[in-house]
Design a protein around this ligand. Structure first.
Ligand SMILES: [Zn+2]
Ligand SMILES: [Zn+2]
Length: 370
């Protein structure tokens, strides 16, 4: 076991440098994870541009790795041992609140990094909070006892398990929040990794019709959507998406609309409201930061009796189902696993997800030991 960990440290807005960090002592009730794969997601693109909040940090919140040094109490509580391949959720819950008791760690106040600078969440937490190894763009991660781990099923490589975060979001948003199931008709806006994972979840749940929209720069992603079973794909810059959706559905509209776009403003919400069926549809929305929404058509929403749900992370159960889904090898996942980068290329990896680095990126991973 080495004494140091190499890590890509965010030292300012859109600025990363490689640093050697001391590996902390591992108490009985903690462990270290040797990071194999750290996925890069759309949130990283937004977060990377922002100023530091509480000093430098190690980003990377979609992490898969091997347990490398495991305290005895940790091992006993988790029923895990050194060498186990695990998927780590990015939430570090208090473990005692009403949300944690039902596996909804995303709602636990202790994980509320956005409003509370002392809250810890992997990939978002300053190194000023000891021991500082709170991100996956690093050789090693620190795991306190309240870390939420899932064993990676046999037959699933670390690379494929790295898709567990978007896949669990897809299951959460499409099935648990959107209520998609047998014979559902679905609109998924945005063919990135999240949209594709919502598509896979919908098809597996028995949806009759899934329409995926994108823009002209998404041509390859829309092809992947077709390979994953999308019944129709629509380029919103080439066709009027609402007219096309109504044509496909015989004027009826869809049961569920999910917004998986990034940086598209208010257009996806407006399209979702109009594309939903006459009464009782469900819309799962993102909402970006402090985005303004003048003239929000609240009257259209209530007249159509639309249920509005928020796309916000995933539950414990969604992750378990995601790993199960990935281990089934039912979809050609390699079509969406487009790029891997080493620690020295973290800056470029994040920019690639944001469309400003390597072309054609869908799911991008950092391999810290590459
Ligand atoms: Zn993410
Ligand atoms: Zn809690």
């Amino acid at each position: 076991m080495p004494e140091k960990a190499l890590a890509a440290v965010k030292v300012g807005p859109s600025t990363t440098e490689l640093r050697e960090l001391d590996l902390p002592p591992v108490p009985d009730d903690a462990a270290l994870m040797k990071v194999e794969i750290a996925g890069v997601c759309g949130t990283d693109v937004t977060q990377y541009r922002l100023p530091l909040r509480n000093g430098p940090l190690v980003m990377g919140h979609e992490n898969v790795g091997y347990l490398a040094r495991v305290g005895a109490t940790f091992a006993a509580h988790k029923d895990m041992k050194e060498g186990d391949l695990v998927f780590l959720e990015h939430y570090l819950p208090c473990g005692h609140c009403e949300w944690d008791h039902i596996g909804e760690y995303r709602h636990c106040a202790a994980t509320e990094w956005f409003y509370d600078a002392t809250a810890i969440r992997y990939g978002y937490t300053s190194m000023a909070i000891a021991p500082g190894l709170w991100g996956g763009f690093s050789h090693y991660l620190y795991l306190p006892l309240n870390a939420v781990l899932h064993k990676v099923p046999n037959g699933l490589t670390p690379e494929a398990a790295g898709v567990a975060t978007p896949m669990s979001n897809g299951i959460q948003w499409a099935l648990f929040d959107g209520g998609i199931g047998y014979a559902s008709t679905v609109l998924i806006q945005g063919p990135g990794q999240q949209g594709l994972c919502c598509l896979m979840a919908s098809k597996r749940a028995g949806a009759d019709l899934v329409i995926v929209t994108g823009t002209s720069k998404d041509t390859r992603r829309l092809d992947v959507a077709k390979a994953f079973g999308a019944d129709h794909v629509v380029d919103v810059q080439k066709e009027d998406p609402l007219a096309r959706i109504l044509e496909i559905t015989g004027g009826r509209g869809v049961d569920v609309a999910i917004d998986c776009t990034v940086g598209a403003g208010t257009a996806p919400t407006l399209l979702g409201i109009e594309a939903l069926k006459r009464r009782g549809g469900t819309m799962v929305v993102q909402g970006e930061g402090n985005q303004e929404f003048p003239s929000f058509p609240i009257g259209r929403l209530t007249r159509k009796a639309i249920t509005l749900k928020s796309a916000r992370g995933h539950s414990y159960r969604a992750v378990e189902l995601a790993l199960h889904q990935l281990a089934s090898h039912r979809f050609p996942l390699e079509m969406m696993m487009t790029h891997t980068f080493g620690l020295a290329q973290v800056d470029y990896a994040i920019k690639s997800v944001g469309g400003e680095g390597a072309p054609g990126a869908i799911h991008v991973s950092v391999l810290p030991w590459k």
